[in-house]
Write a protein that binds this ligand. Structure first.
Ligand SMILES: NC(=O)c1ccc[n+]([C@@H]2O[C@H](COP(=O)([O-])OP(=O)(O)OC[C@H]3O[C@@H](n4cnc5c(N)ncnc54)[C@H](OP(=O)(O)O)[C@@H]3O)[C@@H](O)[C@H]2O)c1
Length: 251
C-alpha cells in the first residue's frame, strides 16, 4: 500500500488505534474519513486536523451503515482504502453460574458482523478503483486466546480465517487484503486502566511500527503482525501452543 495520496475510511477512528492511524495517515497526505458513534469526539479530531472528515456510524445499525455508504459514494467516490478497525472487548466468566450471552452477542455483532457489513458495503466501491486496500483489525489474540476474553478472542480468530478466504477470492482483483493484528496496546478498549497500563505498548509507537511495515511491504500473506508476536502466530506449527497458552493463562 502506498502511504500517501489515498482516500481512506477508518471505522473506529474516533479513539485508540483507529485514531492514531487516522492522524498518522492524515499527516502523510491522505484524505482521511473517520467514523464512530461519538459525534463530539469525531468533531474534535476534525477541528484539530483540518481536512479530516468525521462521519457518524453505528456498526450495529444497518441504516447507519447505509447512510454512511450513500454519503461516501457521493462525497468520496475515489475511496480506495477501507480500514475496518472498530471493535469492542469485554471479559466473560463462563464458569460464574451467572454468565449469559449478552456481552458475547454484542462482541459478535460488532467485531464479526460489523466488519462483514462494512466490507459488504464498501467492496463494490473499492473494486472500481485502480488500486485498493482493505484492512481489517483482528488481534494477536486471534492465534492464541486469553481465556478471560473468550468471545473476543474467538471473534478475532473468525476474522483471521475469513480474511484468508477473502484474500484468496479477491486475488484476481486489484484489492489488497491486509490483516492488522495488534498486540496489547494502550487504549481504552477494556477500560481506562488499559490506556495507561505499562505492560501495553504506547499507541503512537505501535502505529509508527505498522506504518514502517506498510512502507517496506513487510506483511507476508497480508498479515501485519509485530515481530514479537510471531511466536504466538506460529505456536501450533512450532509445537509451542500448550506452553504459550499456559504462560498466558496460568492455572
Ligand atoms: N488495544 C489493544 O490492546 C488491541 C489489541 C488487539 C486488537 N485490538 C483491536 O483494535 C481495534 C481498535 O481497538 P482500540 O484498542 O483502538 O479500542 P478503542 O480505543 O476502544 O476504540 C474502539 C473504536 O471502535 C469504535 N466502535 C466501537 N463500537 C462501535 C460501533 N458499534 N459502531 C461504530 N464504531 C464503534 C469506537 O468508537 P465509538 O465508541 O465512538 O463508536 C472507537 O473508535 C479493535 O478492533 C480491537 O479489537 C486492540
Amino acid at each position: 500500500m502506498n502511504l500517501t495520496g489515498n482516500t481512506i475510511l477508518i471505522t473506529g477512528g474516533s479513539r485508540g488505534i483507529g485514531r492514531a492511524l487516522a492522524e498518522a495517515l492524515h499527516d502523510r497526505g491522505n484524505q482521511v474519513i473517520i467514523t464512530g458513534r461519538d459525534a463530539a469526539a469525531l468533531e474534535a479530531l476534525c477541528t484539530q486536523h483540518p481536512g479530516m472528515t468525521g462521519l457518524p456510524l453505528d456498526l450495529r445499525d444497518h441504516a447507519s451503515l447505509t447512510q454512511l455508504a450513500n454519503r461516501v459514494r457521493i462525497q468520496f467516490p475515489s475511496l480506495n482504502v477501507l480500514i475496518a478497525n472498530a471493535g469492542i472487548s469485554r471479559p466473560e466468566n463462563l464458569a460464574s453460574g451467572q454468565w449469559n450471552s449478552h456481552d458475547a452477542e454484542a462482541i459478535i455483532d460488532t467485531n464479526i458482523l460489523g466488519v462483514l457489513r462494512t466490507v459488504a458495503t464498501f467492496l463494490p466501491l473499492l473494486t472500481q478503483q485502480r488500486h485498493a486496500t482493505l484492512m481489517a483489525t483482528s488481534s494477536a489474540l486471534a492465534f492464541l486466546p486469553l481465556a478471560s476474553f473468550p468471545t473476543y478472542c474467538a471473534s478475532k480468530a473468525f476474522l483471521h480465517s475469513w480474511l484468508v478466504s477473502l484474500r484468496h477470492q479477491l486475488r484476481h482483483l486489484p484489492v489488497e487484503v491486509l490483516e492488522l493484528s495488534p498486540p496489547y496496546v494502550q487504549t481504552a478498549l477494556t477500560g481506562a486502566a488499559q490506556a495507561s497500563d505499562p505492560r501495553a505498548m504506547p499507541v503512537e509507537e505501535y502505529v509508527q511500527q505498522v506504518l514502517q511495515k506498510l512502507e517496506r511491504g513487510d506483511h507476508p500473506r497480508g498479515e501485519l503482525l509485530l515481530d514479537r508476536d510471531q511466536p504466538r502466530r506460529w505456536a501450533e506449527r512450532d509445537g509451542q501452543y500448550d506452553a504459550l497458552f499456559a504462560l498466558m493463562n496460568p492455572a
